[in-house]
Each structure stands twice: as C-alpha cells, then as structure tokens.
Design a protein around this ligand. Sequence first.
Ligand code: EPZ
Length: 429
Amino acid sequence: MEAIRVEGGRAITGEVTVEGAKNSALKLMAATIMAPGVNTLTNVPNIADVHVMGKVLKRLGASIAVEDEHTLRIDTSAVDKWETPYQLVAQMRASTAVLGPLLARFGKAVVAMPGGCNIGARKIDMHILGLEALGVKFDIDHGNIHASTPNGLIGATVTLDFASVGATENLMMASVHAKGTTTIDNAAREPEIVDLANLLNEMGANIKGAGSPVIEIEGTEGPLHPVTHRTVGDRIEAGTFVAMGGLVGGPVTVRGFDPRHLGLVLKKYELMGLDIERLPDGVTVSRARPLTPTDIQTLPFPGFPTDMQAQTMCLLALAGGSCVVTENVFENRFMFASELQRMGASITIEGHHAIVHGVPGFSGAEVKAPDLRGGAALVMAGLVADGYTTVSDIHHIDRGYERFVEKLDALGAAVDRVEIPGPVDVTEL
Ligand code: EPZ
C-alpha cells in the first residue's frame, strides 16, 4: 500500500506554482454537456477527481482528448445519455454536478444518490428542493434519483437554507434554459462559482450577480456554444502551501492563484504571526515569530474556508497558548485532529468546536489521511515533527493535489512515496 513518508526538520524555501482549482474544473467539465461541440478547458489539474469526472462524461457519450496534461478538449456533441452510474457517484460526490446540465440539455436525468463520506452526510436536499421550484419532478428509486421536467423548466426565486456550493451550481446550470428569470438568494459566493458563471456566460448564458448572495439567470433558448476557458487557480492548494511555508518558516512563494481568493485566510495567518507579501499572482510567506493562537470559525466564502481548517489547525496546534476552531460547514470534519494527537497535539473536541492547546512540537508517527485536506495537513505536520511521519490512505490526497510530493521535494522537504504493508489479513488466526 502506498504512503507518504516525511522526515521532519528540513527548511522549505523557494517557489511553487499551483494548478487550476479542483472545485471549479469538475463543474466546468460538467457544464460542457450544455454546449454541444468541442470545448477546450485549460489549467485543468491532473488529479484523480478530474479523471473520474472524465469517466462520467465519457459514460454519457462525450469524448475527451488530453493535450499537454492540463488541457482537455471535451466533445459533447454525441452526449445522448442522461444516467450516471452509482459506482462513479460513490467514488466522487461531485459527479452530482452533472444533474443541472443534464436537466438543461435533456429535461431529465438519473443520478445515483450520493452516499456520505468521511466528513459528513453530504446530502443534496437543497439541490432537490431548489430544482423542484424550477418544475423538476423527482422520484427516488433503489438509490437512484430520477429527475424529469413534465412541463419544462420554469424560472423561479429560490432561497437556499444554507449557501451550498453544489446546490448553487446545479441551480445556476439548470436555470440557463428555464423559461423566464431564476433568482438564487443566499447563493454561495466562492470564486469557483464565479468561474463557472463566467464559463456559462462565455457559452451564451445570461447570468448576473455570481460572487454575490443573489444570482439572477435569464433563461435563454437553444443550446449554448462551445468555448475555450482557463480554470481559475486553486486557492486551497495555494493555501495549503502558504500554511506549510508559514509553519516551517519559509520564505516560500506560492504562485498561480489570486490572493484575494484567500482574503480572510491571509489576514488570520498574519494575526497568527506569519509574514505575507501579496503579489499579483500569489504570495510570499515567511515566519520569524512564534505562532499566536487565534480563534477560527469556518463559514461559506468570504468566511474562513472549511477546506483550510485542518491545515490551519496544524499551525494552531503549535501556537503559544489555546484557541478554538469551530467547524460550521461539515458535521464531522475533526478526524484530522484525532490523527494529529498521535503526533503529540493537544486538542479537545466539543461538538463542532475544537479547543486547541498549543504544544512545543510534534513527534513523527504513523497516521492515516482521513480526507483530502486532513491528509495534506498530516504531511504538513510531518515537516516539523521529530523523526519520521508516515501518512497512509494517500488516495485521498491524490484526489485533489497534483504532484504533491514532487512539489514539496522541490521546496527542500525530505518527503517521498513509499510502499508499506497493507491491512493485516484477518480472515484467519
Ligand atoms: C464543495 O462541496 C467542495 N467540493 C468542498 O470541497 C467544500 O468543502 C464545500 O463546497 C464547501 O466549500 C467541490 O466543490 C467538489 P456544500 P459541496 O454544498 O458542494 C450540506 C474539498 O476538500 N448540504 O457547500 O458538497 C453539506 O452536507 C471538498 O475540496 C446539505 O445539507 O458543499 C455540507 O455540510 C470537501 N444539503 C454543507 O451543506 C444540500 O443539499 C456545505 O455543503 C447541500 C449541502
């Protein structure tokens, strides 16, 4: 079984350029269903989740040519199916992002009900409620969602209970060809939402307000037209390297993203004692002072991103004092904290609060990646731990970080991928 092993104590300095955003690229790929023809997406990260979404599109009838690793030419002219199989949705919940595009193109869709994952139930009730307001009828049968539009898609005003990223995206895409105007209130404001709206408008849609809490979509007739579009830089991959540079001391320059997409994270990191120099396409981070404890609470953008919670807790676990990290977005996203305690962290979990008591240092240990970001944060902890840290279950990390080990190695870390024994065979004594 593959694992990442890191030896603590090395300085990491230099420059790293992040890829396009995973949490945009997957939706941009889904949206090409709405523009029959050859769409070219550039700056697409070469990661496992993109490969899964590629399989979903091919299963629907699309063909995909990969050029120079980060450019996908997706031809959706021959898409003639509207059903996504369970095994692909189970592998990647984001496959549900094809629901809106399939409804827009065919007026129907069959999508497997996504199961939960390590960080929470990951329901899609807000997607369903919002789409029902647009005239979609749902039947749930044997774990599959059967969606149809007997009277077509009709524009409506939808107010989301919570600024859900996925629900905002599916509603935005489904309403592109609805009759009349759709208003999404309490919409998610993430930069990835803006990137998707930009793509749809380039294809001929009429969307206003993306990035604000109120998005207005004017329904348009006929299919959208194919385009070439560059994926926005990955602010979370960037934030992960910023946190690492701040933890070890740097200076590390992280390029390939817009620092405004990490606004609150960078402000909090400065409060915690990191020195951040903002650049047009990134930041330079260093630290010369002890880490200062700072309370964090995760919220939808522009609040503190939940996808930066584990990386930030890693920093706070070594701060000179105690603070509270509150996770408001997912109901079970503190498993990273339990693994970090194996390395010597002192963290008390009380519901959706984690009380973090800073300790002088970590000791290397064998730990398991609980999810994508927690896995990256465990490797981060290993950079400063005493001795070796081995992180297993690294398929989580490969889902969202391209060449993670190579990038860290280039910054000077002592890190590599190793083979470790798999689970013990318990079929007999
Ligand atoms: C997206 O997930 C991202 N994934 C997540 O990134 C990110 O953490 C999340 O947005 C929040 O920013 C992708 O874009 C592929 P939500 P999504 O709908 O769309 C609940 C990563 O590490 N909810 O905003 O699923 C839901 O269970 C991943 O890159 C409902 O209850 O997030 C969660 O608790 C992890 N009903 C909360 O809302 C619904 O219908 C936020 O979910 C929809 C969501």
